[in-house]
Design a protein around this ligand. Structure first.
Ligand SMILES: *[C@@H]1O[C@H](CO)[C@@H](O)[C@H](O)[C@H]1NC(C)=O
Length: 153
């Protein structure tokens, strides 16, 4: 999940000024994931198909030469293991976006045709995951590209 810090700051301001009934937190759920567990990433691609891929939370795919992204610590809200973030938060929506982004060489965050919706779904996790108790220690896994492809139907 590659969110710029400035986006985070802007969102925090928006949430701070939102009323309890209209805030982001009332509309979306944050599901924490544990580093090392198996999880299934799910997203809807540009063709309208639902794609799934199952793998390990915290896995490290290494660098993606197509989009310049760093795919260490998959599932962490924030770029790779070290990108700006509030805590080291691992959630379902951030995992789904990371995996979507890797396989689609996504760029542009919310504007990406395949992964924009997954990006938007992960914004509240990125902002609120620390408070939700999803922060933990980052793993240090060696980079290893995933085998297999997502299935989309
Ligand atoms: C992503 O980039 C890689 C490397 O250039 C390429 O092999 C792959 O087909 C691209 N995937 C998509 C979905 O465009």
């Amino acid at each position: 999940m590659q969110l710029q810090l400035i986006t985070l700051v802007a969102l925090l301001g928006a949430i701070a000024s939102a009323s309890p009934t209209s805030g982001l937190f009332s509309k979306r759920a944050i599901t924490c994931l544990k580093v090392g567990q198996t999880a299934t990433a799910t997203w809807k691609n540009a063709a309208g198909k639902t794609c799934k891929w199952t793998g390990t939370v915290g896995s490290n795919f290494g660098a993606n030469s197509a989009n310049g992204g760093e795919y260490s610590c998959n599932g962490r809200c924030g770029a790779g293991c070290t990108g700006s973030a509030l805590g080291n938060v691992y959630t379902q929506d951030c995992f789904s976006h990371d995996i979507c982004s890797w396989f689609n060489n996504a760029s542009g965050g919310a504007s990406d045709a395949n992964c924009g919706a997954a990006y938007n779904a992960a914004v509240d996790d990125t902002v609120g995951g620390l408070v939700a108790g999803c922060s933990q220690s980052n793993p240090s896994n060696a980079a290893s590209k995933p085998s297999g492809q997502p299935t989309c139907s």
